[in-house]
Design a protein around this ligand. Structure first.
Ligand code: PLP
Length: 413
């Protein structure tokens, strides 16, 4: 649907959103009407260079033609059914994913947070069934992010932020340890700990990649203590970090892993994949989802994953991501450019990240800000070095403008 078909002005549409929607998002001041490859187009047809990727979703490119064709094709056959009949897209996708990433089983969900709920429930039930009623505790990382439903919120190690604050008592059974600090994780293990759950790169927490020794150490800790290693790859999954799944790049296999975002290439779908041993905890009646494994979303995911694998977009992510980090590190006031593949963070020595984000938007480039000091780039994995050159030019201007504003404010204070 486009604005011109409604008879409304852009302002009337925005007013409608403000009047009727529960707004938890700081909105950009344009209406996204079309998208293609690396670009989003607004209601006036103006193009925006997309280094946001619909929050790391549109990995095979915005409105990838193969994903769009798969959706249209599936819509013509069957859109939704319940999860009792078999469906072709579910079966083909399950095999494709399990074979590609070396996991035994998959459970479909609709969003990243739901996939994490599934993984948390699986681990708790596995612990309780195999070791007794108290063995359900999970250690997660400080500054992690696992989603917005209550289990995932409790798993998110950010007790003093808006993610947890004001929502009453958290689901018990989670302890938080310092990311990339193996000793701290080891020190938090009790006889009731059944799992360790982390992101291979902390995305929302400021773009912090796990060190190789940390990942290997966590695997060792889990093996030595009969615990499960759970990885949240909602953001890192499917090509973003330079490997099909980030854990494959580390050569560290989890007992269960979640995925979403890039998986559907723009359609809402997520999953929890697990080893046979962990997956056995969930049996008939113990877990379910009306829409999980939706045929249209599965058809889209099959096309999205095939595009990412067939076009080797993970390798492109690694190369272009490396180039982006190098260029960002030379920009004024940049303290550090870090990340893995095309999950890139740019940390400043002054608090200008928000201003830089808005400055980029004004110049028609989309990036994200984490807190006051960090910008994050999570573009489609088809991004080229030329796209990076353009973005960095825009960021340079936005940084200069934001710095000037910051200095003026400081002088006035
Ligand atoms: N886990 C991680 C690592 C994420 O980055 C996100 C979202 O950004 C989530 C979970 C939640 O995913 P969703 O918003 O699809 O529920």
């Amino acid at each position: 649907m486009r604005l011109q078909d409604t008879g409304l002005t852009a302002q009337e549409l925005k007013d409608m959103v403000n009047q009727y929607m529960i707004e938890t998002y700081p909105r950009y001041d344009f209406i996204a009407e079309r998208a293609e490859g690396m670009y989003l187009y607004d209601e006036k047809g103006e193009a925006y260079l997309d280094f946001y990727g619909g929050v790391a979703v549109n990995s095979p490119g915005n409105r990838n033609p193969k994903v769009a064709a798969a959706v249209k094709d599936q819509v013509d056959d069957i859109m939704h059914t319940f999860n009792y009949p078999y469906t072709v897209p579910q079966a083909l996708l399950a095999k494709k994913i399990c074979d590609t990433i070396g996991m035994d089983k998959i459970f479909y969900q609709n969003s990243g947070t739901e996939a994490n709920e599934c993984m948390i429930k699986m681990a708790r039930k596995y612990g309780i069934e195999n070791y007794g009623p108290d063995r359900y505790e999970i250690i997660t990382a400080k500054q992690g992010f696992h989603g917005r439903t209550m289990g995932a919120v409790a798993a998110t190690g950010q007790p003093d932020t808006a993610v947890q604050e004001g929502f009453g008592p958290m689901l018990p059974g989670f302890t938080y340890a310092e990311y990339n600090n193996l000793e701290d994780f080891a020190s938090k293990i009790t006889p009731n700990t059944i799992a360790i759950m982390i992101e291979p790169v902390q995305g929302e927490g400021g773009v912090h990649p796990a060190e190789q020794s940390f990942m290997e150490g966590l695997r060792r800790l889990c093996d030595e203590n009969e615990m499960l290693l759970l990885l949240d790859e909602v953001q890192t999954g499917w090509g973003r970090t330079g490997a099909p799944m980030a854990f494959m790049g580390y050569g560290v296999k989890p007992d269960a892993v979640t995925m979403a975002k890039a998986m559907g290439g723009g359609m809402p779908i997520a999953a929890c994949c697990a080893s046979r041993k962990a997956a056995a905890a969930l049996s008939s009646g113990t877990h379910g989802s009306t829409y999980g494994g939706h045929p249209v979303a599965c058809a889209a995911a099959l096309a999205s994953i095939s595009e990412i694998l067939d076009r080797n977009l993970s390798e492109n992510a690694e190369q272009v991501g490396g180039y982006l980090m190098k260029k960002l590190s030379r920009l004024p006031h940049v303290k550090e450019a870090r990340g893995k593949g095309l999950l890139v963070g740019c940390e400043y020595e002054i608090p200008i990240a928000m201003e830089v984000k808005w400055g980029c938007m004004k110049r028609h480039a989309l990036i994200t800000a984490i807190g006051t000091d960090i910008n994050r780039m999570i573009p489609p994995l088809i991004a080229t070095k030329k796209d990076v050159d353009r973005l960095v030019e825009i960021m340079k201007e936005a940084i200069e403008e934001a710095t000037e504003k910051y200095r003026r404010k400081n002088r006035a204070a």
